[in-house]
Design a protein around this ligand. Structure first.
Ligand SMILES: [Ca+2]
Length: 111
């Protein structure tokens, strides 16, 4: 499955993204079988998603309500992962290291 893209703030309290299309077959499922995990990492700096929190687990739609407000001087970062019950979780895409090389994004397992 490809990385979930188009992650944006839909409103001040809701995150949305582009539905996984075409890639569902890679998981052996159908588009309606895709479930989404929304993961938040905190920091002032771009944060380590391996230490992140699951905001929503196995959501069936392409939005997540989010009321978290970072403290002054801090920030929150979000990634969305698609998966289904085959079981398989999709990737979170890659970050970029200081030399411009791609590095994998790690994340917690959402229960
Ligand atoms: Ca949802």
């Amino acid at each position: 499955m490809a990385e979930i893209t188009g992650v944006v703030w839909n409103t001040k309290t809701e995150i949305s993204w582009s539905a996984a299309t075409g890639s569902a077959a890679e998981l052996g499922g159908t588009p309606n079988s895709i479930r989404y995990d929304t993961i938040r990492a905190n920091g002032p700096e771009p944060a380590d998603f391996a230490l992140g929190e699951c905001v929503e687990t196995d959501g069936t739609d392409t939005t997540t309500p989010e009321l978290f407000v970072p403290g002054v001087g801090n920030a929150a970062f979000y990634l969305v992962r698609g998966g289904n019950s085959c079981p398989s979780e999709g990737p979170l895409g890659s970050g970029i290291d200081e030399n411009g090389a791609p590095i994998p994004r790690n994340s917690p397992a959402c229960p």
